[in-house]
Write a protein that binds this ligand. Sequence first.
Ligand code: UDP
Length: 239
Amino acid sequence: MPTPEPRYKRVLLKVSGEAGVGGDGFGIDPATLQAVCEDIAEVVRTGVQVCLVVGGGNIFRGKALAESGMERASADYMGMLATVMNALALQATLEKNGVYTRVQSAIPMDAICEPYIRRRALRHLEKGRVVIFAAGLGAPFFTTDTPAALRAAEMGCDALLKGTSVDGVYTADPKKDPDARRYDTLSYQEVLAKDLRVMDASAISLMRDNQIPIVVFSIRERGNFLKVLTGQGVHTTIA
Ligand code: UDP
């Protein structure tokens, strides 16, 4: 059986710092990084244009730092810098796997990456380069969910893929509740009304207003990114 064609031409993949780069510990796990980059390379080879947003939770999360007494805005800037480190790790590993990339940061850092310029990012995508958006929105009091949704809309993506450590959205936490059931599909409104915490509410409503589906899947299972793009593999679609 030939592999089915991907359903989307341009997608944004959002991975948390842990799922995309860090594994289960602090910092960077080379095996996790390599596995995720192999899966991205597989998708890029099919001709799908890929944008990436990575979190920073494997290094710093602003909210957690603030809870231990740090001023929230400073803590969030540290979190944003963590996403830049993860973006550079993904860039280096993707390029080792034969994928051309550009990192664009919402906080300009001329010596290490490009600043975020929408038109330039679009041009990179047209040339088949993976564009990794770093430093979130460049503003505190957000997580990387909202920048992922915003960049997906700005880039005209056909879908926002959320690669996590669970294979979709459940009625309850499947790690704690044996009766938890996975949804195949959900509406944006259901996610917001049931407070399912798939992504921040601002990210969900931005996708709803722009009619961009959100696909939640496990990035921990090898080959799943491409499978999900071709409508296979276990996932939940929010549309
Ligand atoms: N952050 C921010 N503004 C943004 C994006 C991120 O302040 O637009 C900070 C925030 O402190 C956040 C941290 O960067 O906790 C890392 O991102 P996130 O928590 O989304 O990482 P993940 O949980 O996805 O690994």
